[in-house]
Design a protein around this ligand. Structure first.
Ligand SMILES: [Zn+2]
Length: 265
């Protein structure tokens, strides 16, 4: 857990869990080029992905961005929230960067079938809702954690440029999924971009043209990453990213001749 202030908005990173994946299986087209990034992999050639959510507090609201992998993965998100001084009833808004199952896992209380965050509106990117609802069959996580939000009366579909509060708005950043959103935090002269999975690991930070097995569209991923890098180079915006090294808060920099993610200490 790490707290940082962006103007008047408090950003808190919450770690639901961590898992390691074979880099060769995730970056199937990288081939021998992976060898030059051995420092980003473990001794078995795996890349480690934290599963981070972010709490945004300010403008009179408590906003949770993404809800992690969930109880089946022994996730710790609810404990992390408690340690941040926030109960499930304190969340006013849940907003999703996208609808993959590792971002929606704590949506629903498994025992009761009710919304895990009983006082929250759940803001769902329309592009992802349309895409994953049309899948035949829909994924298990979509059916269990997302589709049911409609019947519970807490679902709100959102588009590009949706204003959550005076300091918080969405930016459509498609590629990882069709409706993938970045949450833009702007307060005073400060800005943060909650990037979701636009950049997944240090490998695609260094090589923005590389795509992962989880990305929906290679051309859209590359276009979105270029637009985000241009924007980040023009500002000193803080980055919050779901799977970049914990606490998932930091900035891009150039070191050793390549772009790297530098986490906040
Ligand atoms: Zn993810």
């Amino acid at each position: 857990m790490r707290h940082v202030n962006v103007g008047d908005i408090e950003v808190v990173s919450l770690l639901d869990g961590t898992e390691a994946y074979s880099a060769a299986a995730v970056y199937v087209d990288a081939g021998d080029a992976l060898a030059q990034y051995a420092d980003l992999l473990d001794t078995q050639g795996r890349v480690t992905l934290p599963f981070s959510s972010f709490l945004l507090r300010g403008d009179g609201l408590t906003v949770l961005v993404d809800t992690g992998n969930g109880p089946e993965a022994q996730g710790r998100l609810l404990d992390e929230l408690r340690q941040a001084g926030t109960g499930v009833g304190d969340i006013d808004v849940v907003v999703f960067t996208h609808l993959h199952g590792d971002h929606t896992g704590w949506n629903i209380d498994r025992a009761s079938g009710a919304a895990q965050f009983p006082n929250a509106r759940y803001l769902v990117p329309r592009g992802d809702w349309d895409h994953y609802r049309a899948a035949d069959p829909p994924s298990r996580s979509f059916t269990r954690d997302v589709a049911v939000l409609e019947g519970l009366g807490v679902l709100e579909l959102i588009d590009d440029g949706h204003v959550i509060s005076p300091s918080l708005a969405t930016l459509l950043t498609p590629g990882h999924t069709p409706g993938h959103m970045t949450i833009v935090v702007s307060s005073g002269d400060s800005e943060a971009l909650v990037l979701g999975d636009a950049f997944l690991t240090g490998l695609d930070v260094a090589e923005p043209d590389w795509v992962t097995t989880w990305d929906w569209s290679a051309p859209e991923v590359r276009r979105t990453r270029r637009l985000l890098l241009d924007r980040l180079e023009a500002t000193d915006a803080l980055i919050a990213a779901s799977h970049l090294p914990a606490p998932g808060l930091g900035r891009f920099a150039v070191a050793g001749g390549r772009r790297v993610f530098q986490p906040l200490p």
